[in-house]
Design a protein around this ligand. Structure first.
Ligand code: FE2
Ligand code: FE2
Length: 378
């Protein structure tokens, strides 16, 4: 028997190489000749190096995965709107791919994700929104149409408008009283208080309407008409210039019909996909993971060509990207950690997915598998 330690370059013993029962030409068990010892020693050392290299590859991979997970989670956590999103998208996508692998009948009977393809999908899912690092928090985190600071400016301005208008009424009356002393020397002037009340009420009503619209997620035709009337109102500022009560920029933010993002802010959010692509394509992935940049950068493409950024259609969108689009929409609807909007139930989220699939935007087979197997309950 020969027992040789398997030592790596640093002299660390990783195991032992044991050779037993040496045989001679007649297959009779004998002792190992002295000359074999050197050969076995060299074999043991090469085996140790190979084991060490394999372990290093595993360690580097784990480190890389952890780096991705922690950096992506940190980016997601910039806003309560996105916290935990990529982790859930990765978990849902993995569950769908595993379920597809188990299908022996139906549309996915011939589809099988190899371990390498599973890994590729997982990286694409984790990285799909990494480009949101380029979207300012004030947009990502937007809870109302106007920021709190911008709303405070309006409140203060309306206070000023009220004070200025009331002051002007008093001044006008004072001048009137001097030129016509009889005109109101007995007790309170009813017509004046009526006028000041009217001005006060109008300004307060306008302000509370703006405050309501600011928090609202939808603007009706009627509300838009009211907002336009307010936007057309002016006041004489301290320098004597006529100034609009709300600025053009404020009107643009307040007049959004659905949601609370202006078209410009929405476009800014959409740019995250290009940023994702730029970041991910610069990661030197191995050959088996070469599609990660493409999958992650096509998660907002829709089957009918109305998605972005490429407006890809049908078969131009690979299965992996379709999986990402389905779970991305689902998580955006149902995520429980969004403080400003109540999350909808998985059932309601499922109905929306079905409607999107029916409308030809999401892959019907993926949606059905995801909902039928309740893969969101992971
Ligand atoms: Fe996205
Ligand atoms: Fe996403």
């Amino acid at each position: 028997m020969i027992v040789v330690p398997m030592k790596d370059r640093e002299g660390q013993t990783l195991g032992v190489l044991q050779l037993i029962n040496a045989m001679d030409k007649t297959t009779t068990v004998t002792v190992f000749p002295k000359s074999v010892e050197d050969l076995v020693m060299s074999l043991a050392s090469q085996a140790a190096v190979a084991i060490r290299n394999a372990k290093l590859i595993v360690d580097i991979k784990r480190l890389f995965e952890a780096l991705i997970r922690y950096s992506v989670s940190a980016i997601d956590a910039r806003s309560p709107h996105t916290a935990g999103h990529s982790r859930r998208v990765a978990a849902y996508s993995g569950a769908i791919a595993l379920a597809i692998n188990k299908q022996t009948t139906g549309p996915f009977a011939d589809v099988f994700f190899t371990p390498g393809q599973m890994e590729e999908l997982s990286y694409a899912a984790w990285l799909h929104d990494i480009g949101k690092i380029g979207v300012p928090e004030r947009i990502l985190d937007k809870k109302n149409r106007l920021s709190d600071e911008a709303m405070e400016v309006i409140v203060n301005r309306f206070e000023l408008i009220k004070a200025l208008k009331l002051n002007r009424i008093h001044q006008a009356r004072h001048v009137g009283n001097i030129s016509s002393p009889e005109g109101g020397k007995d007790g309170p002037d009813d017509s004046m208080s009526e006028e000041t009340n009217k001005v006060e009420q109008e300004i307060e009503a306008d302000l509370s309407f703006i405050q309501r619209v600011n928090r609202s997620n939808f603007l009706s035709d009627e509300d838009l008409a009211t907002l336009e009337v307010i936007a057309s109102k002016t006041y004489e500022n301290l320098s004597g210039n006529m100034t609009p009560c709300i600025s053009e920029k404020e009107f643009k933010h307040l007049s959004v019909r659905k949601g609370n993002l202006t078209a410009k802010e929405y476009e800014r959010i959409q740019t995250h996909v290009e940023v994702t692509h730029n970041i991910v394509r610069n990661i030197p992935f191995t050959k088996t993971l070469k599609n990660v940049p493409f999958f992650s950068a096509t998660h907002h493409e829709l089957l009918d060509g109305t998605g972005y950024p490429g407006g890809l259609k049908g078969d131009e969108i690979p299965l992996q990207s379709r999986i990402l689009s389905v779970v991305d929409v689902f998580d955006a609807l149902t995520a429980a950690d969004r403080p400003y909007r109540r999350a909808i139930s998985p059932e309601k989220g499922g109905e929306i997915l079905k409607a999107e699939a029916e409308a030809g935007r999401l892959d019907k087979n993926i949606v059905n598998l995801f909902l039928d197997k309740e893969l969101y309950k992971i």
